[in-house]
Design a protein around this ligand. Sequence first.
Ligand code: BES
Ligand code: MN
Ligand code: ZN
Length: 465
Amino acid sequence: MIIKTVNDFTDVTVETLVVSLFEGERSHIDFINKFVVDAKEFEGKYNTTYVLPTLEQFPVGKILVLGCGKRNEFDENKARILVAKAIKTLAGMKVKKVAFDLDFGFDYGKIGAIGAAIGNYHFDKYKTQKKDRVEEIYFAKVAQENIDCGQTIAQAMEFARNLANEPAMFATPQKLAEYALSFEGIETKVYEENEIREMKMGAYLAVGQGSVNPPKFIHMKYTVENPKKRIAIIGKGICFDSGGLDIKPAASMLNMKDDMAGAACVLGIMSVISKLCPQVEVHGIIAACENMPSGNSYKPGDIVTAKNGKTIEVDNTDAEGRLTLADALCYASELGVDEIVDIATLTGACSVAFGAVCAGILGNNDEFVDAIKSSAFEMGEKYWVLPTYEEYKNGLKSEFADMKNTGGRSGGASSAGLFLKEFVSVDRWAHIDIAGVAYLDSPLNEFGKGSTGAGVRALINYIQK
Ligand code: BES
Ligand code: MN
Ligand code: ZN
């Protein structure tokens, strides 16, 4: 998909023109005033559209009018959703080439490019009949550098969405490692099973030991001279979560190829980071493995030792993500970074609480958590802060080890977060639980069924700021 800026839509030959219309306002295009506004054909309510055939009385064959609602209620998030909707509508009309002339009152290059990419996205790699897509897009009166920035972010999202949508038979720990090694401008080290053992990552190793696909510990690094700060982003990389010996029921296992959505997010970001060239050192870390039942699996009651020496009694083999993240957090803490963010499809409890609408976030520094939260919100991702009261740790007490890996069903998103905290030794750490938002069972806003690339926009925005 090509997106370019033009001065005026009449500078290009396209099949369709997309324009905006706010409630109670007139358009800057007379033709639209005459046939739409004055003719009272369309009110411009938010998220409604109107198609106007121009019957050769206008330079473009068809006009798609986007209802924007009231101007004082309009924002960048609505703008992005509308552009995505327009692209979906146009693709359905088999339009290939389109110009946008939107009177949003701000430069829509960046969010427009992201919205267009989301609207055009389909995971149809395995379909013999591919979906229709818009191929050429022109945005009137926006800065090309904003379009380019949006397209880079969109590229990262697309990478993450594709990888998380891939079946687990494709997206193995090995495959994740191969991608990590392929990124330009990134130094990557992949640790094999014996090296993971040498690093004493006993919690992570236990989770992966039941699978025929060996674990891969992936460390990607983007460096600049005199970085303003150093940050590590850790993605949960369970390439398939069967639950292990505490096996999941069929319905709960259905989407568990997506249990590496956090890892996909980190890989997506690292795939474009050298193009964005932030003045920040960024470490991307993934403890990739599969959680499978077998004769070699770790068992309920096992006691494992994490990299920092803390011992954990395995209460439930399905609480595997926090075990892998525990060792990854220890590793990241030893890098001497200023900040650590982990992003994980961690708990069904978070999904139950917030649904697919909103991710959970917590950490050990309110200001840092708020900064990530607002970076997310600016880009259209919703995060809600989870409580971290000490009492949530009560359930994690173990008779035989330093802690258990589960703290009961209630308050599960918070207790999982507090478990992770035991392995963090930096002052600025945040944990994002994307269990509910990473993968949609049914369309929501600008997204269709499947992976959403959760965290990519949010964290790129945070790093860039
Ligand atoms: N990967 C799951 C969490 C999950 C659930 C992600 C639904 C996406 C959608 C995680 O590993 C898990 O199984 N968590 C358990 C923890 C429990 C055993 C304490 C859960 O949430 O049920
Ligand atoms: Mn699990
Ligand atoms: Zn899991």
